[in-house]
Design a protein around this ligand. Structure first.
Ligand code: HPA
Length: 247
């Protein structure tokens, strides 16, 4: 079963034919909300709203461990993360869809591993490629099959939030090699890898990052929301197309 973790702009999957919801308990506390189970085109899919169904949990307070543990425990075989991002690159415009291939982690103070505490065995996961290669390829293939343009490579800078960045921070991320910036990509991707669940991301560009293009004087949260409504329709179509190729 495929699972989708939806972020800002995707608090439910409109094309999901819902069968039931489950409140799952984990050794790491409460997930962001009940997991919604259902079918898309007759194939089973699970959905979890990362910020809660009322969109009340800020990025630094999401219980990423509980979310990932709950999905893995329910037997999901692949996770697609959907999230909005700011664009650092001039050629990635608001509304564009990006399938990132790399991550730089600037977050701090988040519970970012299952491997800690008194009884843990010391483990260092390989994270050279933070997203599952085969799942990314399926996502890119699904977008192509649906006739939806996506940018196939970009480096995702994960920031702590909840504030947006300064213009100087964005300049630094660009020097570091980042193309887009978001607040939820980590530790989610690393935790999925620790649980050996294939994980890939679809990022929707909501705005130019701070100091860039029409964000040179500031970023309006309202304009971000407007862009997301239209783009998430295309994201749903990609997911619908992908569902046919994940068991
Ligand atoms: N910065 C960080 N996270 C974001 C942004 C941004 O500009 N836009 C949407 N999520």
């Amino acid at each position: 079963m495929l699972a989708v973790i939806g972020g800002s702009g995707l608090t439910q999957l409109a094309n999901l034919d819902v069968s039931h919801r489950e409140v799952l308990r984990t050794p790491y506390g409460e997930p962001s909300g009940a997991v919604t189970f259902g079918q898309i085109c007759g194939r089973p899919v699970a959905f979890l709203a990362r910020h809660g169904y009322g969109h009340t949990i800020p990025p630094h307070e999401v219980n990423y461990r509980a979310n990932l543990w709950a999905l893995a425990q329910r037997g999901v075989v692949a996770i697609i993360s959907v999230a909005s991002v700011g664009s650092i690159r001039a050629d990635l415009k608001p509304g564009d869809i990006v399938i990132p291939h790399q991550i730089i982690d600037y977050t701090w103070g988040r519970k970012s591993t299952f491997h800690e505490g008194p009884d843990c065995t010391l483990t260092h996961i390989d994270f050279t490629e933070p997203y599952d290669r085969a799942l990314r390829e399926k996502l890119i293939g699904a977008a192509a099959a649906a006739g939806i343009a996506v940018s196939e490579r970009s480096v995702y800078a994960a920031t702590q939030g909840p504030r947006l960045e300064t213009a100087a921070e964005i300049n630094r991320f660009e020097r570091d090699g980042a193309d887009v910036v978001g607040m939820t990509g980590m530790p989610e991707a690393a935790l999925a890898r620790e649980l050996a669940v294939p994980y890939a991301a679809i990022s929707v560009v909501a705005n130019y990052a701070a100091g860039r293009a029409d964000s040179s004087e500031g970023i309006s949260f309202e304009s971000i929301q407007g862009v997301l409504v239209e783009s998430m329709g295309r994201v749903r179509t990609i997911i619908e197309t992908l569902v046919g190729c994940v068991d």
